[in-house]
Design a protein around this ligand. Sequence first.
Ligand code: HEC
Length: 104
Amino acid sequence: MLFFPRMLCGLLLLLSATGRAAESPKQLAARHLCFGCHAVDETRVGPGFQDVAERYANRKDAVPYLISSLRKGSSGKWGGSVAMPPEPVPEAELRIIAQWIMQQ
Ligand code: HEC
């Protein structure tokens, strides 16, 4: 039957499409390996995201600021000896992650 494999294929496509739409900001950050250097509630190689949210809480442009920080990389702002390399992540995804960080 030809009908069956095609149906299965459609189902798989549907599943992967909804799977992507349901990706949470945290999963997005995980996919871009941010948690290799960051945690939400403690300092690792880089600052904890709660500390980041706190530091920039009064900045109206916190989200665009963080996006540019991620695109250019960052060094010397958090007192560590390690720099963050520029993150090759699409801007739309950086925006989702930056908004999520500011809610921590
Ligand atoms: C190789 C380790 C590493 C990776 C991977 C990494 N970071 Fe960082 N990140 C750092 C370090 C180190 C700093 C502190 C830099 C400094 O002192 O200016 C930092 C700083 C930051 C800051 C604060 C920037 C500022 O201007 O104050 C944010 C927000 C951030 N990272 C988010 C992310 C996100 C989101 C990702 C994933 C797309 C990511 N980081 C991936 C190491 C990393």
